[in-house]
Write a protein that binds this ligand. Structure first.
Ligand SMILES: [Zn+2]
Ligand SMILES: [Zn+2]
Length: 421
């Protein structure tokens, strides 16, 4: 069987544009005997981690990519003419650095370049191109556009620029199998260009839905996106019903003249290797602004807070069992340090202190965080867990750690139990 991997795929995270669910995509990839698959959602990486985790679990090699929108001029330029000139470009993360660059690009696209679509620009791409592989994308790619305009000179120029941006063997001309007449012309021109400029070809199918039968559902999705009805003759409509996840044999039959464009998909997928560390916590580090370690600083602050709250406890209840409080304090400090949370506690305490100093209302503590004496000592919460009989282990549970719980994100102070107002 011909070896082929889809490197241009839009999942449901190409919002109201992709009709492919990640689970279904992986099932079909396995069914077709494809060793790998990429996701290249439009302008976002929303689904990247879910995809990577699920694919890895399913034994399919995941390639994380993105189909970026590139502004004609600057990403800061928000004029209507500019939005019509928006070009597509496929980026795949080859290395860890590439993934970080992809994240930077996707973030800037939303925060700085958003104008109808999340956009980057050439300047930013130049800055963030390391570790990335580029592909020339669909008919909305810059090179296909120039070809269709009859400007081969500009098409060549664009290809040279991308080559210089990504580097040798990191930029590919994408030929697609979608049955659109213009695509045929573009494919021929790209094959010519590939020989002329020594830019390798890669085959793809710009998948927007899994099977051919899904084309109608996808069309409805487009209507929802554009606020039109299916009966509207003037609306945005895809010009083909072939943007489905084609099996390798179908791709091979179509691209029989350029078999290297098929096998190259497997090579590219193989080069793109990312590993994510989900086993350790990635909290920001608290800066103690001195030689003191975060752990020592945390303990000092907590114990100082303890003396203050004990004065309050004693005033309220002279019978209070101070030994019980001290025992609980030592225990909690030990657990927090042991589980690596001192920075986290200090940072949350800093938020709450900041809010209180400025009269921003914060509640007395929410969820299971209220069960922590340390949180009370640091001013994160405002209630005495011992007087109220609240259990610390509901918040942080060292037993889950010894049972391998540190490897689970669930053992961190989770969304539902995060100390907060
Ligand atoms: Zn595209
Ligand atoms: Zn696409």
């Amino acid at each position: 069987m011909a070896e082929f991997v889809h490197l241009h795929v839009h999942t449901q995270y190409s919002l109201l544009d992709g009709a492919i669910r990640i689970d279904d995509l992986l099932r079909l990839t396995a069914e077709y005997g494809m060793p790998a698959v990429a996701t290249t959602d439009h302008g976002t990486l929303f689904g990247a981690i879910e995809f990577h985790e699920k694919a890895t679990k399913a034994g399919i090699h995941p390639v994380i990519g993105c189909e970026m929108y590139i502004a004609a001029r600057s990403r800061f330029d928000k004029s209507s003419a500019d939005s019509r000139e928006l070009c597509h470009l496929i980026l795949l993360a080859e290395t860890q650095e590439g993934y970080r660059n992809l994240c930077r690009l996707a973030t800037a696209a939303q925060l700085e370049g958003f104008y109808y679509k999340p956009r980057i620009d050439r300047e930013l791409l130049q800055e963030c191109s390391r570790g990335l592989i580029g592909m020339s994308a669909c008919l909305h790619g810059e090179i296909p556009r120039r070809i269709l305009e009859g400007r081969m000179d500009l098409a060549d120029q664009a290809a040279r620029t991308y080559l210089a941006t990504f580097g040798e063997n990191r930029f590919f001309l994408e030929i697609q199998n979608n049955g659109i007449a213009e695509q045929e012309r573009v494919n021929q021109a790209l094959i010519d260009m590939s020989r002329r400029l020594s830019v390798p070809l890669v085959a793809s199918n710009d998948c927007h839905y899994l099977s051919r039968e899904d084309v109608r559902a996808h069309d409805v999705l487009l209507c929802i996106q554009t606020g039109k009805t299916v009966n509207d003759s003037e609306r945005l409509k895809f010009r083909t019903d072939q943007l489905y996840f084609k099996p390798a044999a179908e791709m091979a039959a179509y691209f029989k003249e350029t078999p290297e464009a098929l096998s190259r998909t497997v090579e590219i997928a193989d080069r793109c290797r990312l590993e994510f560390d989900f086993k350790t916590y990635h909290f920001p580090n608290f800066d103690t602004r001195g030689p003191q370690s975060v752990e020592a600083h945390f303990e000092e602050k907590t114990r100082a807070g303890f003396e203050r709250i004990m004065a309050r406890v004693r005033a309220k209840n002279p019978q209070a069992d101070e030994a019980l409080y001290r025992e609980r304090l030592d225990y909690e400090i030990g657990v927090v340090k042991d589980m690596g949370f001192p920075s986290y506690f200090l940072i949350v305490a800093d938020f709450i202190r900041f809010a209180k100093e400025r009269g921003i209302p914060v509640g007395p503590g929410r969820g299971s965080a209220a069960g922590s004496l340390v949180a009370y000592c640091l001013g994160i919460t405002d209630l005495d867990p011992i007087a109220h009989g609240l259990i610390f282990e509901r918040f942080l549970n060292p037993a889950r750690k010894s049972a391998g719980g540190t490897t689970s994100r669930r053992s961190s102070p989770s969304a539902s139990s995060r100390p907060g107002p």
